[in-house]
Design a protein around this ligand. Structure first.
Ligand code: AMP
Length: 332
């Protein structure tokens, strides 16, 4: 076993043992992740589901949650629809991945289980599980859950499970670019590659572009703004989304076009979303160095130092939000 993986497993020895015992005990297991899923949420969920199905063929393993308009068809199976009958008697285990707060779990019925365990790398918000593996430094949730699986002696990691985990790691580490990428990230990635996956086929599916997507990029490149201290942002109001033929979910897909531009310290996509009861503008924030999660928390969101989500209720709040981010870079 790679020494980085062994060392990491030692750190979470007690939690890993409890989660293994729960998995062995329950015949019905449901794996959950956050709403509005990204590569990491879906890769972690499907990696774990596949690993469990491969190693426990007699157990009933399920996966639920909203699908992603473009990632699901390219990379993941459609999620399952469990009826309420399933939860009768509560004789099942909920495994929560990549999410730390109740409101963001993509099916609230996870509470209808006799035992709840969690793997996450988001700041702690509220206790949702009795046993929790929480590593705020981990670049992705997939890195943590893959480590849990790789540390489980006698279990096999199939190429399919490894491919899902690898997708999550690549997604949330920004292709190993973010500062959260560590020796452990590479150790897990190396081990997964050794399980026989095709990384070129994974990258092709993850980053495939269409001619239509080039038109959206063209819009973003001709409509972005930059604040005095290097916060770039683009707005996608509903009428523009309609013109471009995209959903609000797709609005953030071009946020990283601004990731490596001199003079840009943080960058955001700001997308109108009329779907919730209280319509809002959803913001994806990314940063080169400074911790932007405090600003995200202040503006109804949260996340990590260099990748967070937030929202404003009306466009009148835009200037105040951008100023909060801009202020982070005043001395640079
Ligand atoms: P996004 O820009 O939506 O891709 O989110 C970037 C990161 O921030 C992801 O890891 C999300 O899980 C996290 N995030 C986004 N919105 C929230 C929120 N409201 N609360 C906590 N974390 C969030």
């Amino acid at each position: 076993m790679n020494p980085e993986i062994k060392k990491y497993g030692e750190q979470f020895k007690t939690q890993y043992a409890k989660i293994r015992a729960a998995i062995k005990h329950y015949d019905k297991i449901v794996v959950y992740r956050h709403i509005k899923p990204d590569f990491d949420a879906m890769g972690t969920q499907m990696g774990l589901v596949t690993f469990l199905k491969d190693n426990f063929p007699n157990k009933e393993i399920h996966f639920v949650g909203d699908n992603h308009v473009s990632f699901t068809p390219r990379l993941f199976p459609e999620t399952e629809r469990l009826n309420d009958e399933f939860y009768k008697g509560k004789n099942c285990l909920s495994i929560i991945c990549d999410v730390g707060d109740h409101e963001r779990i993509a099916d609230p019925r996870y509470v209808n289980a006799r035992a709840i365990v969690k793997f996450d790398h988001h700041p702690f918000k509220s206790e949702i599980a009795k046993v929790s593996v929480l590593d705020l430094e981990a670049a992705s949730a997939a890195e943590i859950v893959a480590d849990f699986c790789l540390n489980w002696k006698g279990m096999k990691m199939s190429p399919e499970a490894a491919s899902y985990f690898y997708t999550g790691i690549v997604g949330d580490s920004g292709r190993f670019l973010y500062s959260s990428t560590s020796p452990h990230t590479f150790a897990v990635a190396e081990t997964l590659i050794g399980c026989g996956i095709s990384i070129t086929s994974i990258y092709q599916k993850m980053y495939e572009k269409t001619i239509h997507s080039l038109e959206i990029q063209a819009y973003v490149l001709t409509h972005f703004h930059v604040s005095p201290h290097g916060v770039s942002y683009y707005l996608l109001p509903t009428e523009v989304q309609n013109e471009l033929g995209i959903t609000s979910e797709q609005g953030k897909e071009n946020v990283n076009m601004f990731s490596n531009i001199a003079g840009i310290n943080a960058w955001c996509s700001i997308t109108q979303d009329d779907s919730p009861k209280e319509p809002c503008w959803r913001i994806s924030i990314r940063s080169k160095g400074k911790d932007i999660s405090g600003v995200a928390n202040k503006w109804g969101g949260g996340g990590h130092k260099q990748a967070s989500g937030a929202k404003i209720d009306t466009i009148d709040q835009l200037d105040a939000f951008i100023k909060d981010l801009d202020d982070l870079f005043v001395e640079q």
